[in-house]
Design a protein around this ligand. Structure first.
Ligand code: NAD
Length: 261
């Protein structure tokens, strides 16, 4: 018996075995959760089907969070399997590639700003709005953020603003949904090589810098992020809501490392 036994969760954002959501799903499955998955584009359907099978699930549903109708259809279909459930993992972000390359002021555009905030921040509350009535008391909603919300990081650009908005979303959602027993949190993860992060110019340098300057002197893994996500989704975290928890080996609290002085 794991600490998520008897609980039902929806996992978004698995697109490969490198995805942070894959690490999260594995950790939650290990703790006994029953899972349903989404895919965005039909080219990913077969792959997600086989990854879902690894975790004992044959529930794989399509959802493009840029469309309200796709989000409502997702929960309409999910209801056939999980009439009530215990929360979801929102592991979704997108910015047009020209937005993640170079000087922020020169590269940001009205359209790039809109798309990035729509997919990477609004979609979190849009999903919550649509499934609110299906959530059990003691549910947990969890999203993924990054330090670029708090600090200016080269090339992360407008995605940093969207993550700041996402983290504010966490606090407002937590405040509204708390009286129903629903907790809302974010994990601010250290850099991980994935499909999404490969779109950020010079991401490799971010990985090296983070490894050298983190108190733990290495990058975090999707297993470590998964374990924290499983905990936050469980009743063990019943007193935690509206939080952004850093799973980054301490990088965000370090200003200077010992071998630099
Ligand atoms: P990933 O590419 O594996 O996952 C991103 C997911 O977003 C994909 O599954 C993709 O299908 C989905 N997505 C994009 N647009 C969508 C849409 N319109 N509708 C539905 N789904 C859509 O990459 P990842 O790094 O695992 O990213 C997951 C989350 O973690 C993102 O929010 C990302 O910003 C965040 N994060 C990543 C890192 C990192 O270094 N990789 C660090 C901190 C936070």
């Amino acid at each position: 018996m794991g600490f998520l036994s008897g609980k039902y969760f929806l996992i978004t954002g698995v697109s490969s075995k490198l995805s942070i959501a894959y690490g999260i799903a594995k950790a939650m499955y290990k703790q006994g959760a029953q899972l349903a998955f989404t895919y965005n584009k039909s080219k990913f359907k077969d792959r997600i089907n086989s990854l879902a099978k690894e975790m004992g699930s044959n529930i794989v549903l399509q959802c493009d969070v840029s469309e309200d109708s796709s989000i409502s259809n997702l929960f309409f279909e999910l209801k056939q399997y999980f009439p009530k459930f215990d929360g979801f993992i929102h592991s979704i972000a997108f910015a047009p590639s020209d937005q993640l390359n170079g000087d922020y002021v020169n590269t940001v555009t009205r359209e790039g700003f809109k798309i990035t905030h729509d997919i990477s921040s609004y979609s979190f509350v849009a999903m919550a709005k649509e499934c609110r009535e299906m959530l059990n008391p003691s549910s947990s909603l969890l999203t993924l953020s990054y330090l670029g919300s708090e600090r200016a990081i080269p090339n992360y650009n407008v995605m940093g603003l969207a993550k700041a908005s996402l983290e504010a979303n966490v606090r407002y959602m937590a405040n509204c949904m708390g009286p129903e027993g629903i907790r809302v949190n974010a994990i601010s993860a250290g850099p991980i090589r994935t499909l999404a992060s490969s779109g950020i110019k010079e991401f490799r340098k971010m990985l090296i810098y983070s490894k050298e300057c983190s108190p733990i002197r290495r990058n975090v893994t999707i297993e470590e992020i998964g374990n924290c996500a499983a905990f936050l989704s469980s009743n063990l975290a019943s007193g935690i809501s509206g939080e952004v928890i850093h799973v980054d080996g301490g990088f965000s609290v370090s200003a200077m490392i010992h071998n630099q002085i």
